[in-house]
Design a binder for this molecule. Structure first.
Ligand code: ATP
Ligand code: MG
Ligand code: FE
Length: 341
């Protein structure tokens, strides 16, 4: 089954074709991504109306480009998947409107995909993918969640952040030390030059039982350290390293707890912060030490992309799930409410 996937929940327009007959990483026939980062940079964050308008401009050209790269035409498609939520409602409506109209015109089924299920399943696009049950760590710009995956589509929330998401904490911390938006990847790059241990920040909520997170206090600790410092380039790198180590440590401690609680040895990791090299190394090491393994998508499939939506949609379409001729946009949507596949 060849499925076109469309992602437009926030500030990236993503398009891909996934072919389940091929499967694995090779099943991803083509993909294209347009990031609106430059468009929103002057505002320090995503401006919803500008995001919607830019999806309108970019989506059809990206679909044409993706199909051409895959050597396919619209007549070859067996289904269309789009991000139905959660996300910015105007941005979602652009993807949903285009996807549903295309499916209707081609007389193929369409399905609205949960954006976080897309992230969660992204590691399974890679070859040698694990089978459930496993624990998923979702660490993106808007979410930090530990999820028990009993089967594809059966998700139990084990813990989540009570305030800032991990990616949001990276972005806000980077911003207060003067790095441009979105600061996560830049802060991680800076941390490579930092001296470990010169700045030591807390590992929030690891001193008590439970699987929830809280990252907003860490940002305040960094602010105080930064304001009280000489603000040199080296100090900025050292603080960045201290912050990254605190986040990575905290995530690793809670992941290990979640594996213990579910009696599981496989961890999958997805979402933008999953691209962080130090986090990847730390989780691989932690899982290996207990005889299990940690699985990640390639870094480009950690952040928003069309491939994860094509893949998640294809799994559901193959199971016979699809929608009637309605355009669905669900700004807030609980993943536990999804049907099993
Ligand atoms: P959500 O999926 O929750 O709606 P989102 O789609 O905006 O949020 P993603 O695209 O998955 O989030 O990830 C973007 C986030 O990942 C940003 O906060 C960014 O700073 C962070 N990020 C990306 N690369 C890295 C990295 N190497 N280290 C740390 N953070 C990173
Ligand atoms: Mg983004
Ligand atoms: Fe996302």
């Amino acid at each position: 089954m060849k499925v076109l996937g469309i992602e437009s929940s926030c500030d990236e327009t993503g398009v891909a074709v996934y072919d389940t007959a091929i499967g694995g990483a090779a099943g991803l026939r083509a993909q294209a991504l347009y990031s609106q980062i430059a468009l929103h940079a002057d505002y320090g964050g995503v401006v919803p109306e500008l995001a919607s308008r830019d999806h309108v401009r970019k989506l059809l050209p990206l679909i044409r480009q993706t199909l051409a790269e895959a050597g396919l035409t619209t007549a070859d498609l067996d289904g269309v998947a789009y991000t139905a939520g959660p996300g910015l409602v105007g941005a979602l409506l652009v993807g949903a409107g285009v996807a549903r109209s295309l499916a209707w015109a081609l007389d193929v089924p369409a399905i609205g995909v949960h954006h976080m299920e897309g992230h969660l399943l992204a590691p399974l696009i890679e070859d040698d993918a694990p089978q459930p049950p496993f624990v998923a760590l979702l660490v993106s710009g808007g979410h930090t969640q530990l999820v028990a995956v009993d089967a594809i589509g059966r998700y139990r929330l084990l813990g989540e952040t009570l305030d800032d998401a991990a990616g949001e904490a990276f972005d806000k911390t980077a911003k207060l030390m003067g790095l441009p938006y979105p600061g996560g990847p830049q802060l991680a790059k800076l941390a490579e030059q930092g001296v470990p241990g010169r700045f030591k920040f807390s590992r929030p909520m690891t001193d008590r039982p439970g699987l929830d997170f809280s990252f907003s206090g860490l940002k305040t600790q960094v602010l105080l350290a930064w304001q009280g410092s000489d603000q040199s380039e080296q100090t900025r790198a050292d603080i960045a390293r201290g912050f990254e180590d605190a986040v990575v440590d905290t995530l690793a401690i809670k992941c290990e707890r979640a594996l213990d609680a579910t009696d599981c040895d496989t961890l999958i990791v997805a979402g933008g912060v999953g691209a962080n090299a130090r986090l990847r190394a730390r989780l691989v090491e932690m899982c290996a030490a207990r005889g299990g393994r940690a699985c990640f998508p390639r870094p480009a499939l950690c952040t928003d992309n069309g491939a994860m939506i094509a893949f998640a949609g294809a799994l559901r379409l193959e199971a016979g799930q699809h929608e009637d001729a309605a355009i669905r946009a669900v700004p807030r949507w609980d993943m536990a409410a999804l049907p099993a596949v």
